[in-house]
Design a protein around this ligand. Structure first.
Ligand code: NAD
Ligand code: DAU
Length: 340
């Protein structure tokens, strides 16, 4: 019997992890703590809402009282932290919330965990902490050279996790995941943005020359990797989690348009993201040695994801209103009129 606190469990990857864990471990208790920012969505947790081994709390990971309350009430054994501000473009427009959640929030979680004697802490991090790599693959021991406020705040959070392991002997692990895609992803990230815009025959804003490379990882593979590291990872260790599936942005965009049977004339090359990392690539030998591997077949998984967005307009249409439209205007209105 284990009681696991999943922070940020109402977001894209966090909710996939919750759905996966609730089903796989009926004898565990899965407790979610989520602030429900613009990206948090209770609809993501509907499939588990009636499960007896799942419970939800609304609260901020940077709030000592909220975190302490849940840890004490639910007698938490382990924490898996997904909670973060997660979008690079938003971090360029306004970095404050990123420092508050991705650095301060991680510190508050660690400190409350230490105080309560929580024995296990897993931090969900990102390949973006390494920065960009023109050729070759990043290994876990490579230096961190984050380039966006988002990546820098995630690196800062990781440094706190390291300090709590080294200084206080906390049993911590970190995973650095690559670009994740799949169902229930908030439509600000490139794939769900482009899929939902293309469904409506709207222009797709490709930054710069579209030749940036991302390593695409299916969301359920990301969830299973974290499950494995949570159970079998070594204290203090970091594990890369990559899809081992590098693609140029423009190629992914074209593939997506083919599945949707929409024309390439929807593509617009627009002004680049400042500080845009050209390529991410990871070596995943360390997590492979624990027995994990990505499921592969990117085209099939991309098609599955696209079909989900086609069938679940109820999920994304209501997101693309209000604050979303204000953000969209700030990020894209000028870009789409000016081009690159
Ligand atoms: P997301 O933006 O979809 O979800 C983030 C969740 O955290 C939301 O439910 C939000 O309400 C919650 N949250 C934000 N601030 C909070 C706070 N202060 N207290 C409590 N809850 C808060 O993000 P995602 O794409 O699911 O990413 C999850 C984690 O995985 C993040 O830590 C991110 O850095 C990391 N990651 C993401 C990717 C990716 O491609 N999406 C890849 C690698 C790593
Ligand atoms: O690599 C892991 C990271 O992947 C995670 O840590 C982040 O949380 C996640 O958001 C993602 O970051 P990216 O910046 O790579 O993802 P995004 O979907 O924003 O962009 C993917 C690529 O597509 C990137 O090269 C920028 C480009 N892009 C993005 C948007 C939103 C465009 O060309 N046009 C767009 O409108």
């Amino acid at each position: 019997m284990q009681t696991i606190l999943v922070t940020g469990g109402a977001g894209f990857i966090g909710s996939a992890f919750v759905r996966y864990m609730v089903e796989k471990y009926p004898h565990y208790r899965i407790i979610v703590l989520d602030k429900l920012t613009y990206a948090g969505n209770m609809d993501n947790l509907l499939p588990v809402s009636d499960e007896p081994n799942y419970k939800f709390y609304r609260g901020d990971i940077a709030d000592h009282g909220a975190v302490r309350g849940v840890i004490e009430t639910e007698k938490i054994d382990s924490i898996v932290n997904f909670a973060a501000e997660s979008h690079v473009d938003r971090s360029i427009l306004s970095p404050d919330a990123f420092i508050q959640t991705d650095v301060m929030g991680v510190y508050v979680l660690l400190e409350e965990a230490r105080r309560a004697g929580v024995t296990r802490f897993h931090q969900v991090s990102t390949d973006e902490v390494y920065g960009s790599i023109p050729v070759g693959f990043f290994k876990e021991g490579d230096p961190l050279e984050p380039n966006s406020p988002y990546a820098a705040s995630k690196a800062g959070g990781e440094m706190m996790v390291r300090a709590y392991h080294v200084t206080y002997g906390m049993n911590t692990t970190v995973t650095r995941g690559s670009n994740t895609f799949g169902e229930y992803q908030y439509p600000e990230k490139v794939l769900p943005l482009f899929i939902t815009e293309a469904i409506d025959d709207r222009p797709l804003p490709v930054y710069g020359d579209g030749m940036q490379v991302r390593d695409w990882l299916y969301v359920d593979d990301h969830a299973s990797a974290i499950d494995l590291v949570l159970h079998q990872g070594k204290p203090g260790e970091i594990y890369n989690v990559g899809g081992e599936n590098e693609q140029h942005n423009i190629e992914v965009t074209r593939m997506m348009l083919r599945f949707l049977e929409k024309p390439e004339s929807l593509i617009r090359y627009v002004k680049d993201r400042p500080g845009h990392d050209r390529r991410y690539a990871l070596t995943c030998e360390k997590i492979r040695a624990l027995g994990w591997h990505p499921s592969g077949d990117f085209p099939a998984l991309l098609e599955k994801t696209i079909r989900w967005y086609q069938k679940n307009e109820w999920w994304w249409r209501k997101i693309k209103t209000g604050e979303y439209l204000e953000y969209y205007k700030k990020q894209y209105a000028e870009r789409l009129t000016e081009g690159n």
